[in-house]
Write a protein that binds this ligand. Structure first.
Ligand SMILES: [Zn+2]
Length: 239
């Protein structure tokens, strides 16, 4: 008599363990996109930094071109002023004109200095951007490897899960229909924990102590019995 009851209980415990492993796998599967996003973060940050440097490079390049144009205009202005020197009649006109050339030269010198600064800045940002390109390439490589690792790990697990699924189906067929239904109902409402150990007189599912008569009956192992409080199926923990 005892054997008849102990067997379905053992089957249920086996089923629960298989379900636990399968659920764990499905959880991992669900977590994959999130984990990929996490391992992708360093790459995204490196790309963001590169984009900032590129826009800074555009800005300093534009500044440099503006200074180059300003320098060209200043040189043209000086050439023009110098060309008119011969047309001048009075000494006063001549003196005024010389002053104009002088201040144009001062202006030109200022622009030349600014151009040098702009060129230096453009060079520096260009170097920084080039270095950042390398960082992005490195991060890209790292991310690809990590992604492949995560996906491969899951893929090889998926193979072993197929075996577990088959085992579970075989076990399910052995468990009586009513008991299987009860197990499924409990597993769904008790977060996968349908069968729990009775430890001493304590249900390890809800941690309440159970009436002595129930404890004694569970120990005998002749019937499928449930906890008075949480209704989980009890099995006697080996003492
Ligand atoms: Zn309980």
């Amino acid at each position: 008599m005892g054997e008849i009851v102990k067997e379905p209980l053992a089957l249920l415990m086996g089923l629960q363990e298989l379900d636990r492993q399968l659920n764990q796998y499905h959880e991992e599967e669900k977590m994959l996109p999130e984990r990929l996003q996490i391992v992708q973060q360093p790459l995204e940050q490196a790309k963001e930094m590169l984009a900032k440097l590129k826009s800074a490079l555009d800005q300093v390049t534009k500044e440099r071109k503006e200074k180059e144009q300003a320098l060209q205009s200043a040189e043209e202005k000086i050439t023009k002023l110098k060309g008119r020197l011969t047309e001048l009649k009075t000494n006063k006109e001549y003196q005024t004109h010389l002053h104009e050339i002088e201040s144009a030269n001062v202006e030109k010198g200022k622009i030349e200095e600014e151009l040098l600064v702009a060129m230096d800045r453009a060079d520096a940002v260009k170097k920084e951007a080039a270095a950042q390109e390398k960082v992005v390439a490195e991060e890209e490589k790292k991310f690809r490897a990590e992604k492949e690792g995560l996906e491969n790990a899951l893929k090889s697990k998926s193979e072993s899960m197929k075996g577990l699924e088959q085992e579970r189906n075989a076990l399910s067929e052995k468990v009586g229909k009513n008991l299987l239904q009860e197990y499924k109902r409990l597993a769904a409402t008790k977060r996968g924990l349908a069968v729990v150990a009775l430890k001493g007189n304590i249900c390890s599912g809800c941690h309440f102590s159970l009436p002595p008569q129930l404890v004694a009956e569970v120990r005998k192992g002749e019937k499928i019995l449930a906890c008075t409080y949480c209704h989980r199926i009890l099995f006697p923990a080996p003492t």
